[in-house]
Design a binder for this molecule. Structure first.
Ligand SMILES: Cc1cc2nc3c(=O)[nH]c(=O)nc-3n(C[C@H](O)[C@H](O)[C@H](O)COP(=O)(O)OP(=O)(O)OC[C@H]3O[C@@H](n4cnc5c(N)ncnc54)[C@H](O)[C@@H]3O)c2cc1C
Length: 471
């Protein structure tokens, strides 16, 4: 099979590359190869009754398939250079914001119209945060909600499916760089993949002049292997470790009503580490997340009023950057998550009051508490899992947040652990997000450059436009 452009991965990065190519140059032959299934076939088997915990499916429906990792997420599209990645360092701040707004408009045209755009511009909370040693980061956030996010993806797929070749259940194994015989001619790329309709051991190939890799966080190990094989330089990256906090939504409603998602940073007194809030879900639910077979925690919320809960949840995370000789930051995060899986059989939940008193939570203490957990997790002791420095930082931040949102440090506030944000090592890319192989681009979370849907999508559009400028 021969294409003009091959895209590996159908998450936001891959989707927006494909969409841009299709819209701006309908004659181009574009093939998308995706390890997971199409959107409507994505189903996690956990039903809370027969299947209670992760059974480690061959392809995880939560993380893989059309829509990528956040297909069932809260559907927050951030428009900011303050967090969510460092795309602006490659393409400039103005261009990065323009592309995020461009993506936002496409989402609105595909079912997102009527959803709310929240903004920190001119908010009073900035001052209140500074007065309490907290920093509120600047951002605009479009909240699609899990339900509308799904509709937008469904509509995008409907528009693309007959004009782009989508190959689902087709994980790409490896890439070959084909050097042209004529000197000075650009290389082509051949991918080796196993197709859905072929026997498991049958390997197929496809070729293109341009190759866009957009394999997300789930493809981090594959990306490391590919960089080694193709001698693409990389730098090691960070891992964020922490807990998900769940409390009555009224505690944070003054913030969430105005801003929806507030990214707040606190510098700890003890170690001067930064602890930040992440992924706030007003009236949402706490969920399991599976990364490479390790169960961690995350959160969702719905736009549909009937699916709203009485709780708000958000993560508190501490970033760990490692220096020489240690390079395996994700391995460090995985080991901590494994420890919680070992002790709790999955995610552990603890009341803040129990953590502060140095005792484990048990079923009766959780049941007697005023916060109804939205995730079935094992009551336990997070101090046996999280390193002291990280835990001390989280406890300090909870007391700091209590000053701007009284009730955060209540005894019954629930902490789920562990939440780990794995980042891909950063691939060495030029300002076009192109590797040392001409025509081979890496975008989205798989590049280590982006960490959210808005920025990953923007990187996809940017690279598509660059290819269009060359063809
Ligand atoms: C539960 C959850 C909630 C989230 N909530 C939000 C949110 O509200 N807002 C936000 O901005 N971000 C959120 N995120 C993060 C966001 O989803 C990611 O930043 C974003 O999806 C990254 O897009 P991507 O295209 O780079 O990669 P991904 O979305 O991870 O997509 C990569 C795709 O590549 C495929 N793939 C991997 N390896 C191969 C291979 N070898 N061959 C073929 N295909 C392959 C995968 O199956 C996957 O479908 C959330 C993430 C999760 C897990």
């Amino acid at each position: 099979m021969k294409y003009d452009v091959i895209i590996i991965g159908a998450g936001p990065g891959g989707i927006f590359s494909a969409y841009e190519l299709m819209k701006k140059r309908p004659g181009l032959k574009v093939g998308v190869f995706e390890a997971g299934t199409e959107l409507e076939k994505r189903h996690c088997p956990i039903d809370g009754e027969k299947i209670k915990t992760c059974i480690r499916c061959k392809s995880c429906s939560i993380m893989s398939g059309f829509g990528g990792a956040g297909a069932f997420s809260d559907g927050k599209y951030n428009i900011t250079n303050d967090f969510g990645g460092t795309l602006h360092e490659y393409i400039g701040k103005k261009k990065a914001i323009e592309l995020m707004q461009y993506v936002d408009n496409i989402n609105l045209e595909h079912g997102g119209e009527g959803t709310k755009l929240y903004s920190t511009a001119g908010t009073e909370f900035k001052k209140k945060c500074i007065q309490n040693k907290l920093q509120l980061l600047d951002a605009s956030v479009r909240h699609l909600g899990t339900d509308i996010n799904y509709v937008v993806l469904k509509n995008l797929y409907a528009e693309m499916k007959d004009r782009i070749d989508f190959h689902f259940s087709s994980p790409v194994d490896h890439i070959e760089v084909l050097s042209e015989k004529k000197a000075g001619t650009a290389p082509r790329y051949r991918i080796y993949y196993s197709g859905a309709s072929t026997k498991a051991d049958t390997v197929r190939t496809a070729e293109a002049r341009y190759l866009i890799i957009s394999v997300g966080r789930i493809g981090s190990k594959w990306m490391e292997k590919t960089c080694r094989e193709l001698q693409i330089p990389t730098k090691s990256n960070r891992v964020d470790i922490g807990v998900r906090v769940e409390l009555p939504s009224v505690v944070f409603s003054h913030l969430t009503d105005e801003l929806y998602e507030s990214k707040i940073v606190y510098r700890t007194e003890k170690f001067e580490d930064s602890v930040r809030t992440f992924c706030m879900n007003p009236n949402g639910i706490v969920v399991n997340e599976n990364t490479n077979g390790i169960v961690t925690v995350n959160g969702h919320s719905f736009e549909d009023a009937s699916r709203k809960t009485e709780n708000t949840n958000f993560a508190l995370l501490v970033s760990k950057h490692f220096s020489e000789p240690f390079k395996d930051s994700n391995g460090y995060g995985e080991s901590i998550a494994r420890l919680s899986n070992m002790l709790g059989g999955g995610v552990i939940v603890q009341r803040f009051g129990d953590l502060a008193r140095g005792r484990r939570s048990n079923v009766s203490r959780i049941e007697e508490g005023t916060v109804r957990p939205t995730l079935q997790a094992t009551p336990g002791d997070l101090s046996l899992v999280l390193p002291k420095r990280i835990l001390d930082g989280i406890i300090e931040m909870i007391y700091a947040l209590d000053k701007i949102a009284p009730g955060t440090a209540n005894n019954d506030t629930l902490l789920y652990g562990v939440e780990v944000k794995f980042y891909n090592m950063e691939v060495r890319l030029d300002k076009n997000l192109e590797t040392n192989h001409p025509g081979l681009y890496v975008i989205g979370d798989g590049s280590g450059v982006t960490h959210c849907r808005g920025v990953a999508s923007a990187s996809g559009v940017y690279v598509a436009d660059h290819i269009l400028g060359r063809t």
